[in-house]
Design a protein around this ligand. Structure first.
Ligand SMILES: [Zn+2]
Length: 123
């Protein structure tokens, strides 16, 4: 276990913010670089290249609390953009389907109402 005893000030490789406490991810590229958060870590390969994972120091952090998509993407072939895009599209389709379903329900309801009010108009 790493302890927070010797807290050094680290700068995030991506956004250059000072990282307080433990970095999100640390990579040994000859010199050690740190990334502050999941969001910055997502784009880390733009700076370090796709093969950076083998140099990650705190790999164990990613095995338990969050089996991140990073490991999944690796099996797919490291194509992060495609993976994310598909997920988003799938989600959008699902939302669209729900919206259509809602509209259909509303339509049925309102057409019933129309009949009703039509009937009323006749009297
Ligand atoms: Zn950052």
């Amino acid at each position: 276990m790493l302890t927070g005893e010797a807290i050094t000030t680290n700068k995030c490789l991506m956004c250059e913010n000072v990282i307080e406490g433990k970095p999100w991810i640390s990579v040994d590229m000859g010199c050690i670089v740190h990334v502050c958060s999941y969001l910055c870590g997502k784009n880390i390969d733009t700076k370090l290249g796709k093969g950076y994972w083998k140099d990650v120091i705190n790999k164990e952090d990613f095995d338990e609390p969050r089996p991140t998509c990073q490991t999944q993407n690796k099996t797919i072939g490291g194509d992060i953009t495609t993976g994310f895009g598909l997920d988003e599209i799938r989600e959008e389709i699902e939302q669209e389907n729900q919206r259509i379903e809602m509209m259909e329900i509303e339509y049925e309801e309102s057409s019933e109402e129309d009949e009703y009010s039509d009937g009323e108009n006749y009297y």
